[in-house]
Structure formats: structure tokens, C-alpha cells
Design a protein around this ligand. Sequence first.
Ligand SMILES: [Zn+2]
Ligand SMILES: [Zn+2]
Length: 150
Amino acid sequence: MAFFLLLNLSTNWIFCIVTDTSNNDIEPPLDPVELSSWRFCSDCKKHEPPRSWHCKICQSCILKRDHHCMYTGCCIGHWNHRYFLMLLVYMTYSSTYVTVLTFKYIWSYKYDEFFNLNTIFKLFCPVSMLVLDSASFLPSCFLLPTCLNA
Ligand SMILES: [Zn+2]
Ligand SMILES: [Zn+2]
């Protein structure tokens, strides 16, 4: 199960990055009536198909551009939208899987420590550790201002 998730997560991510989303391979139509619906991009200096949008970071026009993704470092458009959506699906699914697996592991090994009101409260309100944990109170005094500044 974990291998299946890792495989799908990584391949969709890689395909999302390596897929060329630019309009470089699309030639403008020869028919002037059809060409009139195309937009002229002043940055690319050529006619671009309808529903394409110029990305200033990619320096290219992207067909059905959704956004410039900072996690993949490329634009999400018509040609890689499918990989991006599958990446989101598998990322959500694998995050849930890892969370459940981690909870099960902690539950089985540290049942007494895990299943008490103090721990559950700390899970949902981590700031309470400042007051509740005497051992971590002093380091927290130094860490908190650093965290707040970041
Ligand atoms: Zn352009
Ligand atoms: Zn872009």
C-alpha cells in the first residue's frame, strides 16, 4: 500500500514537472477567420490560442493556465492538469495514511502515555505544552520568541 502511494505520488509529481505546458508546438491557423479568435501575445510575439495565458515566470504562454505552482516549479495548464490533480489526490490520501499509521503505532507502543487526557489536549492545543510540561517549559521560553519572529 505504501509503495503504491509512493509510486503514484512520485510519478505524478515528475510527470507534472517534465510535461511541456507551453504553446511552442501549437501553430497558428492559416484561416484568417479562425485566427481572429486567437490573441496576440506581446511578450511571446506570436498568436496564441484562445484560453491561453502568459506566465511571467515561465516566459511562455500556457494553454488553459491554472496557476504557476511553487511545488513543481512550473505552470499547471492543459497538458499537465491531469498529473497535478492526481498528485493532489495521492498527496491527500498518503498524508491520511501516514497519520493513521503513526497514530496506530504510537497507540500500540505507548498506550498509557498516548491515551490520557493530557496528551490528547496537547495534540489539539500544542501551546499548552508551555504550561503543562515542566521539562519543556524552559526550552520553550527560548524557542517561542524565535518561532514568533519567523
Ligand atoms: Zn505569451
Ligand atoms: Zn509559469
